[in-house]
Design a protein around this ligand. Structure first.
Ligand code: IMP
Ligand code: MG
Length: 183
């Protein structure tokens, strides 16, 4: 684990400071789950998590969903070990569920440029779901470069690198309970 000094996290030459506490995250996730449960009353949506980043958000989200639902996962590659996107996305794991005729809810940890969501929209467009919406815990509004619609947003954040609550830096720090931002 990294060195933690008075709530600062020091990783090599980088200092990360708290951005969103565990309490704030849990409170907002509950609000989103309630809103989605209301919007999908009488339906059985499939929550499609985008691995790896969205795994904690997806699990906390569906624990607070009060209608029947299913889950599945896509796995995409993107950042490698860097703090900026490589600019190309590849599919590492396809869906296993039946997509046609279903109400899909794509669950992302963070939308940065929007490339990953655009890529997923193109994959889904080969099928005929009843509907598709996107929920993202975090969005960096000033970084979006692709025309994508995010239906449910947890928090809008500045265009700075963040870690924790599923989000990694070179695959580490996903286990931090709060979200930290690069100072
Ligand atoms: P996009 O394709 O540029 O929108 O980037 C989306 C993906 O990049 C997310 O699903 C994350 O996995 C990763 N990502 C974007 N910003 C950050 C960040 O600040 N920290 C960690 N991962 C990030
Ligand atoms: Mg992701």
């Amino acid at each position: 684990m990294p060195e933690v000094k008075s709530d600062q996290i020091i990783i090599g030459n980088d200092i990360f400071i708290p951005l969103i506490t565990e309490e704030k995250l849990q409170e907002r996730v509950k609000e989103l789950a309630l809103q989605i449960s209301n919007d999908y009353k009488g339906k059985v949506p499939v929550f499609i998590g985008v691995l790896n980043g969205a795994f904690l958000f997806l699990s906390d989200l569906i624990k607070n969903i009060n209608i029947d639902c299913e889950i599945d996962f896509f796995k995409l590659s993107s950042y490698g070990d860097e703090k900026i996107s490589s600019g190309n996305v590849t599919l590492l794991k396809e869906l296993n569920c039946e997509v046609d005729g279903r109400d899909l809810i794509i669950v992302e940890d963070i939308v940065d440029s929007g490339l990953s969501i655009k890529f997923i929209e193109e994959l889904i467009s080969k099928h005929t779901p009843l509907s598709m919406r996107v929920v993202s815990l975090l969005v960096k509004p000033n970084s979006i470069r692709y025309n994508v619609k995010i239906n449910y947003i947890g928090f809008e954040i500045p265009s700075k690198f963040v870690i924790g609550y599923g989000l990694d830096y070179a695959q580490k720090y996903r286990n931090l309970r709060s979200i930290y931002v690069l100072k």
